[in-house]
Design a protein around this ligand. Structure first.
Ligand code: HEC
Ligand code: HEC
Length: 266
């Protein structure tokens, strides 16, 4: 049965687009039709609804309600995609956030548009179950063997305790599937040979014209004068393995949800 339904939806795809473009809303289908990703049609639907029903309060960039930044995925509390649908449908009682009576496809559209960072050309990111994401992070996904969270874990990779506050949902997903492409200039692995012949490997924390600071493999903070270095190599590829191919789409969504929930508050 579901297969037939999906097929129908695929056949209806181009029709749906035509309907959307003419300004009406497609009502068929539910959130269960595409569990992995959102489609361009969802995003388009969400974009139009957002401009009409949300932007007057949340602003064109999603940051006009204080403490909430829809573009960067910052809410009062961590919200999975299902939580987001519920919040939009029910509103937030006792606040200025009203309830909206919307169809499932319209809710999918809004969630998709929020998850692409309010950017119609962006890549949609599904946000799953943070608790399961934490289990993966500390267990079979092996993240905790490199990353530190809330005071627990090694320092060889960046501390992720506040990563959900400083990175967008899209940036987090990119780090997981394409760690090298998502590298920030500062976090990189370095190999240094000093003038007195010591080789030091570690992760760069900071650098200015005359000095470089890093965490070495023994997790010591090291500060060096550049004038004392014979060799200084900065890695161009990430030591972090991509999760593409090893984890499922749902597991990826759960990890993204967990990372998003890390706001450095504990
Ligand atoms: C009349 C003004 C108004 C409109 C219209 C509005 N919002 Fe809100 N929204 C708010 C306010 C105010 C809050 C903060 C509620 C609070 O204090 O927790 C909020 C909060 C939210 C939150 C965060 C909830 C949380 O728990 O952090 C989301 C998500 C959200 N709105 C989405 C939307 C979407 C999507 C639309 C359009 C369908 C929309 N809002 C339309 C005023 C509005
Ligand atoms: C072998 C060690 C290693 C493992 C395992 C690892 N990472 Fe990383 N990760 C790194 C390093 C090192 C960086 C810093 C950037 C770089 O040089 O690649 C990084 C960067 C990141 C970033 C981006 C940080 C930023 O500042 O934006 C995120 C998010 C992240 N990792 C999450 C994860 C998750 C989730 C897992 C488990 C699926 C994981 N990592 C597994 C080493 C690792």
């Amino acid at each position: 049965m579901p297969r037939i339904h999906r097929l129908t939806r695929a056949v209806l795809g181009s029709l749906t687009l035509a309907v959307c473009l003419s300004g009406r809303l497609a009502a068929q289908g539910t959130s269960q039709d595409h569990p992995g990703q959102y489609s361009a049609i969802d995003i388009e639907t969400g974009s139009r609804l957002y401009a009409g029903q949300c932007a007057q309060c949340h602003g064109p960039n999603g940051d006009m309600v204080s403490g909430i930044d829809l573009r960067r995925g910052q809410f009062r509390r961590p919200l999975s995609d299902d939580d987001l649908r519920r919040t939009i449908s029910a509103g937030v009682p006792g606040t200025g956030m009203p309830p909206f009576n919307l169809q499932p496809t319209e809710l999918d559209g809004l969630v998709a548009f929020i998850r692409v960072g309010l950017d119609v050309s962006g890549t949609p990111v599904k946000v799953g179950d943070a608790a399961h994401g934490q289990t993966l992070f500390e267990g079979k996904a092996g993240c905790a063997s490199c990353h530190r969270v809330n005071g627990k874990g090694p320092r060889v990779a960046p501390d992720l305790s506040d990563i959900g506050a400083i990175r967008s949902v899209a940036a987090l997903q990119r780090s997981l599937v394409d760690p090298t492409g998502a590298m920030w200039p500062i976090n990189r692995s370095v190999r240094i040979v000093t003038r007195d012949g010591r080789t030091i490997r570690g992760r760069r924390l900071n650098e200015d014209t005359h000095t470089v600071q890093l965490i070495d493999e023994q997790e010591r903070l090291v500060s060096l004068m550049k004038a004392d270095l014979r060799e200084y190599e900065v890695a161009k590829t990430s030591p972090m393995p991509s999760i593409a191919g090893t984890l499922t789409d749902d597991e990826r969504s759960d990890l993204v949800a967990y990372l998003l929930s890390l706001k450095g508050l504990r």
